[in-house]
Design a protein around this ligand. Structure first.
Ligand code: BES
Ligand code: ZN
Ligand code: ZN
Length: 460
């Protein structure tokens, strides 16, 4: 797909955003004839006029434009049309472009004969300033789609080493520096909890530390991502239906990689460190086990009662590592709990942390980006549920309820006192990977977190 600005070509087709009130008489009659209901973001293909109309009722909700554009694209996708002009209100141009780029994504790498799609170019009419912001939208969407590609890729292709190598390659001709810690270095760093999770894998674990340090940056942000390239559950093996799709357990690490790449393309004036904790949770004679007690990098000891609660062990060590960088803000992203999906549904990110003002900042970024979030509050009664009789903390809760928050409270054990108000935990287990299309998201990986992070970083 090509995006063009102010092209003077003759267009094959038009995508026009209208509302029931603004639509012209001829189109309104056509709509009536075909029983078209003017529902939110519904599309009508008027082939006789070479155009698709997209109906928007609530002009203020930019998500409508994204969803509508994604639908319009799907109408056109299989056609032989090559040049398409977009006509949308000025305030909605960015949203329309986002809906187009994210809605047009498809993952066909594993098909022996991928569908042939006629290359299309989409034209946006805009002034110089608008073009600049549209180009930023392109950079962010490219990152989101890259993250989707990574997450959708199978664990035989993407395991810690290949993931780390890919991160190195992707940052090569950028202003991002990459450091990769292999197992020898992870041992030197005393990252025993993370290493224990990976022990039964035939692949070695890796930690990737990417740094983007632009001149003039006033704030330093550390982004920590859970990167389980596969989560079988380990010895506390997942039932087969729950194991399918666990290639998505690297979504947090993929999102922080996507975010730092986009931030550098956008030239954001914020220092960013992305820490990717890459491991594979497998079974075998060497596997870590329920009943183990692990000594984390922070020296805190962890009783393992369930090897499927592995993400928090990887994050414990990575969060500790990231605090050595003395960040002003510390955000972690993880497909951490099924409980978060059960509580909030598949489309919403769970937000946890101590600082209300920081949570408010995330809310603002959520609204701006269109990524849905909901706060999951800590409380004094949930905290004791992860107490251990024999170690400093236990990796699972003693209660069946509140699992997303008790996981967040587990992570809180590894946040130093001085950093409590700088930290936010984002549980992306729901929206990171959905086995049906929704909005402008396709089946599978969505790239959850990237747009939210970029909007957050822009406010610093
Ligand atoms: N990776 C899973 C969480 C998950 C669930 C991600 C659904 C994406 C979709 C995580 O490692 C896990 O297995 N969590 C357990 C924790 C439990 C053992 C305390 C869970 O949620 O069941
Ligand atoms: Zn697990
Ligand atoms: Zn997991």
């Amino acid at each position: 797909m090509k995006i063009e600005f102010n092209s003077k070509k003759n267009f094959d087709y038009l995508v026009e955003f209208v509302s029931e009130k603004s639509v012209n008489k001829k189109d309104k009659e056509y709509a009536k004839l075909f029983g078209f209901e003017f529902e939110e973001a519904s599309v009508l293909n008027i082939a006789s006029s070479n155009k698709i109309i997209v109906n928007i009722n609530d002009l203020k909700d930019l998500e409508n434009y994204k969803i509508g554009m994604a639908k319009a694209y799907k109408c056109l996708e299989k056609s032989a049309l090559k040049t398409i002009n977009i006509q949308a209100p000025k305030n909605a141009l960015e949203a329309v472009l986002e809906g187009l780029m994210l809605g047009a994504y498809s993952f066909t790498k594993y098909l022996s004969t991928p569908p042939k799609i006629t290359e299309k170019s989409f034209n946006f009419s805009c002034d110089k300033l608008e073009q600049k912001s549209l180009e930023q939208v392109i950079a962010v969407c490219e990152s989101v789609n890259l993250v989707r590609d990574i997450v959708n890729s199978i664990p035989d292709e993407i395991y810690p080493k290949t993931f780390a190598d890919m991160a190195l390659k992707l940052t090569k001709n950028t202003d991002i520096k990459a450091k990769i810690l292999d197992e020898t270095e992870l041992k030197k760093q005393n990252m025993t909890a993370m290493l224990a999770v990976n022990r039964a894998s035939r692949h070695e674990a890796r930690l990737v530390h990417l740094s983007y340090t632009p001149k003039g940056a006033k704030k330093k942000v550390a982004l920590v991502g859970k990167g389980l390239t596969y989560d079988s559950g380990g010895l506390s093996l997942k039932p087969s239906e729950y194991m399918v799709s666990m290639k998505c357990d690297k979504s947090g690490a993929s999102a922080v990689l996507g975010a730092i790449l986009a931030a550098s393309k956008l030239d954001l004036k914020v220092e960013i460190h992305a820490i990717l904790g890459l491991a594979e949770n497998m079974i075998g004679g060497d596997a870590y086990k329920p009943d183990d007690v692990l000594v984390s990098r922070s020296k805190k000891t962890i009783e393992v009662k369930n090897t499927d609660a592995e993400g928090r062990l990887v994050l414990a060590d990575c969060l500790d590592y990231s605090q050595d960088l003395a960040p002003d803000f510390l955000l972690d992203l993880a497909t951490l709990t099924g409980a978060c999906v059960a509580g909030l549904g598949e489309y919403t990110i769970g937000v946890m942390g101590h600082s209300q003002s920081l949570k408010d900042k995330i809310k603002t970024a959520s609204i701006k980006s269109g990524e849905l979030t909901a706060d999951l509050p800590f409380n004094r009664y949930l905290k004791p549920l992860i107490k251990s009789e024999i170690a400093d903390v236990c990796n699972i809760s003693s209660s069946r309820y509140g699992g997303a928050i008790t996981a967040g409270l587990f992570l809180d054990n590894f946040i130093k006192e001085a950093n409590k108000d700088k930290w936010i935990h984002l549980d992306i287990a729901g929206p990171a990977y959905v086995e049906k299309p929704w909005g402008y998201n396709p089946y599978g990986a969505t790239g959850a977190g990237v747009r939210l992070l970029i909007e957050f970083l822009k406010t610093l």
